[in-house]
Design a binder for this molecule. Structure first.
Ligand code: PGA
Length: 265
């Protein structure tokens, strides 16, 4: 069974002081959800050490916002997957749309980074999604399938299915615009169907989470579909209360789904 997961992407935000204050408040509020939901904090590289220590034995995991496509050597400014693993990371975001658009990470480059993460025992979180223009041209699934296929080409279907897939429509990231629950459902289903065309049954085995302006006010409706296994949260993960409310919303949908299953048994 797929365990629900929430991943906090702090992007390039924080300071030693602010991180400590945020986490102390957040950890207290998240305690009741630790058993039902996997929670991951992805701070900027310089704070990995600090956040690892603060997370301690709380059950929350440490994640990185990216990893190099190279193993080691002359790659100034890059951080390798093995270094991240040594720092205690368990998850690594790859192919975030800000990396793809602002830093020209192509599908092939993202797939190479993903492969490096796979070579460790960390879990890659592969971000996929379309721009507004691509959506308006009816290209959404063509774009996403290309992003997924690049990873299959580099690491096989098994490589892709050992990942978490984050559906993040580019037009919804940091914009305050959120995809409707119907749009999210439709794309999550289509991603699972794509995986099933490669090998039947794969679609249901992979966790697919949604990201893009998730906040406490829309979390419940976005998470209500059984196709949605959780979220990748940017802006709202910088506020302890907001993140806790989003977590509570996910926990509620999990509990509801559980009691529904019980009724059907
Ligand atoms: P947002 O960011 O929640 O601020 O839209 C999501 C993301 O970038 O992963």
């Amino acid at each position: 069974m797929r365990k629900p997961i929430l991943i906090a992407n702090w992007k390039m935000n924080g300071s030693l002081h602010a991180n400590q204050a945020l986490l102390v408040r957040m950890l207290a509020k998240l305690r009741p959800f630790r058993k039902t939901i996997d929670m991951v904090i992805c701070p900027p590289f310089p704070y990995l050490f600090q956040v690892r220590d603060l997370l301690g034995y709380t059950g929350l995991s440490l994640g990185s916002q990216n990893a190099s496509s190279a193993v080691s050597g002359a790659h100034t400014g890059e951080v390798s997957a093995t270094m991240l693993q040594e720092m205690g990371c368990r998850y690594v975001l790859v192919g975030h749309s800000e990396r793809r658009s602002l830093y020209q990470e192509s599908n092939a480059n993202v797939a190479a980074r993903h492969k490096q993460v796979l070579a460790t025992d960390m879990t890659p979180v592969l971000c996929v999604g379309e721009t507004l223009e691509e959506r308006e041209q009816g290209q959404t699934m063509t774009v996403i399938e290309r992003q997924l296929q690049a990873v299959i080409d580099a690491s096989g279907l098994e490589g892709l299915s050992s990942s978490i897939i984050a559906y993040e429509p580019v037009w919804a990231i940091g914009t305050g615009k959120t995809a409707t629950p119907e749009q999210v459902y439709e794309i999550h289903r289509a991603i699972r169907e794509f995986l099933d065309t490669r090998q039947a049954g794969t679609g249901q085995s992979v966790s697919v989470v949604y990201g893009g302006s998730v906040k406490s006010g829309n979390a419940a409706e976005l998470f209500q579909s059984p196709e949605v296994d959780g979220g990748l949260i940017g802006g709202a993960s910088l506020q302890a209360d907001e993140f806790a409310l989003i977590t509570a919303a996910l926990a509620d949908t999990v509990a509801e789904a559980g009691s529904l299953c019980g009724m059907l048994d």
